[in-house]
Design a protein around this ligand. Structure first.
Ligand code: SF4
Ligand code: SF4
Length: 104
């Protein structure tokens, strides 16, 4: 597998926003609210925000800055298009990139 690119195209494909691991995190909700206000500018400039600002794409960026996520819930990475595109089942860790770090 190759390293996952931190870019807008991959961010759009990421399914972390449907994941129960993050569903009840106040920290994640706060980040989503803040970044949604920035979306017009992000789309206009075609530049990714700082990784700390988005609760997504952890396979590229590594562990989540939010500490109130619940890793007893089921990771959704195997439903994500990037799972196959980047051969993530053949790398480590196996999903749960938000708690276990970026894909290698
Ligand atoms: S593999 Fe997981 S962390 Fe990576 S983009 Fe997809 S859902 Fe997000
Ligand atoms: S990396 Fe996996 S466990 Fe973590 S938020 Fe994304 S889909 Fe959920």
């Amino acid at each position: 597998m190759s390293e996952v690119d931190y870019n807008l195209e991959n961010w759009e494909k990421c399914t972390c926003n449907t994941c129960p691991v993050q569903e009840n995190s106040e920290c994640v909700k706060d980040k989503r609210a803040k970044v949604s206000k920035l979306m017009p500018k992000i789309n206009e400039n075609k530049t990714m925000p700082n990784p700390d600002m988005i609760p997504d794409l952890y396979c590229a960026t590594g562990k989540a800055p939010c500490k109130d996520i619940d890793t007893k819930e089921m990771c959704q990475c195997n439903k994500c298009p990037l799972w196959k595109e980047y051969d993530l089942p053949y790398g480590e860790p196996l999903g749960y990139f938000c708690s276990d770090g970026a894909a290698k």
